[in-house]
Design a binder for this molecule. Structure first.
Ligand SMILES: C[S@@+](CC[C@H](N)C(=O)[O-])C[C@H]1O[C@@H](n2cnc3c(N)ncnc32)[C@H](O)[C@@H]1O
Length: 168
């Protein structure tokens, strides 16, 4: 379930555009997308990565625990978002349920002016459970109508949408 090379490379590029960027990743997995983020992140930047599965986090930590720019949080992403909704980020990669299909507005409020919000896995996949396609279509429509953002849907990797908060 890790992010593919095209998406990783795109996220690295966006991260690189943010000097001393403050990045949030929802859903660390084993750290594949995190490796792309870190590759583009300023030496004085930071990334907070949220994951509820300790086994996944162990793998990610085995690669990046010594990188002072990374803070790993083992917690349910929904709980974390609710507790931290006043924080502001330059880029949010929402790669788990919360921040995408739940807590969407709270997560979008955490994007700084000029900052990015990215979701992937929008192209239909054979292994999706019944009803998931409708959820994705609804998410895409909702995101397209977020007027505080410039919105772009791109057929890249598994299908992504990128939102950039309009400057104040
Ligand atoms: C698509 S994977 C993340 C992949 C990773 N971002 C990458 O591209 O390499 C989604 C991750 O979200 C985690 N997850 C699922 N439910 C969660 C929750 N409620 N809170 C935090 N993490 C969760 C899963 O354990 C899984 O590792």
């Amino acid at each position: 379930m890790h992010s593919d090379e095209e998406l990783g490379s795109f996220i690295r590029l966006l991260t690189l555009s943010k000097k001393e960027g403050n990045i949030l990743e929802l859903g660390t997995g084993t750290g594949m997308s995190l490796s792309w983020i870190l590759d583009g992140l300023d030496p004085n930047g930071k990334v907070t990565s949220i994951e509820n599965d300790p086994d996944c986090l162990d793998v990610a930590r085995s690669f990046f625990a010594k990188d002072h720019r990374v803070s790993f949080v083992q917690e349910d992403a929904k709980t974390w978002i609710k507790k931290n909704s006043t924080l502001q980020f330059d880029l949010i990669f929402a790669d788990t349920w919360a921040g995408k299909f739940s807590c969407l507005n709270k997560t979008l409020e955490m994007v700084k002016p000029g900052g990015f919000y990215i979701v992937d896995d929008l192209n239909q996949q054979e292994n999706w459970p019944e009803g998931h396609q409708d959820k994705v279509l609804s998410l895409v429509e909702t995101l397209k109508n977020k007027n505080q953002f410039f919105v772009l849907q791109i057929d890249l990797g598994s299908g992504i949408m990128i939102l950039c908060r309009k400057p104040l």
